[in-house]
Write a protein of this length. Structure first.
Length: 173
């Protein structure tokens, strides 16, 4: 489980306390993959321009995972530069997660993540060192899909429900 090493209250001037990381973590754990959430992954193109695309992401055992076909712009960008940002509007908290995407190829993790995707209604199975299914979102590209785990550097949360506040959490690797 990833825990922050530093917390910064971004909203103390309005009298709000820093948000606990457990709020973001618990919302990710309970809302993925069951809620209809829209995640977006931002990557950097080789020429330095940004790229953002929707992605099917889930929180499993304390980490965020997402998939991408190897021919997508997202996957090609990550192969050249693994730095990325993932954003999502959870129920009561807007959240950005910054870090590096690491490709996952070990069968135990692939099986575990595929099982959680299936719990959410997407019939993922493991195919070698990738995931496959009868269908996926067009932005995922053609199967099989590579699985990535986001190694967190920083997260920023802005509460949209009580208790309000805004907080930055820094993580060390």
């Amino acid at each position: 489980m990833t825990e922050p090493t530093k917390t910064k209250n971004l909203d103390d001037r309005y009298g709000f306390a820093a948000l606990p990381w457990s709020r973001a973590r618990d919302l990710l754990a309970t809302q993925t993959p069951k809620e209809n959430l829209s995640f977006f992954v931002g990557t950097v193109r080789p020429d330095g321009r940004p790229h953002s695309a929707p992605v099917g992401a889930i929180w499993v055992d304390g980490a965020l995972y997402f998939k991408s076909g190897p021919g997508t712009r997202r996957a090609r960008n990550l192969a050249a530069n693994p730095a990325c940002v993932v954003s999502v509007r959870l129920n009561g908290l807007d959240l950005t997660l910054e870090g590096e995407a690491q490709r996952v190829t070990d069968s135990a993790t692939l099986e575990r993540v595929a099982a959680v995707y299936r719990e959410g209604g997407w019939p993922a199975t493991v195919d070698g060192d990738s995931l496959t299914a009868p269908y996926s979102a067009p932005s995922a590209g053609a199967p099989p899909w590579s699985l990535y785990r986001l190694v967190l550097d920083r997260a920023i949360g802005v509460a949209t429900a009580e208790p309000h506040g805004a907080t930055r959490w820094d993580f060390s690797r």
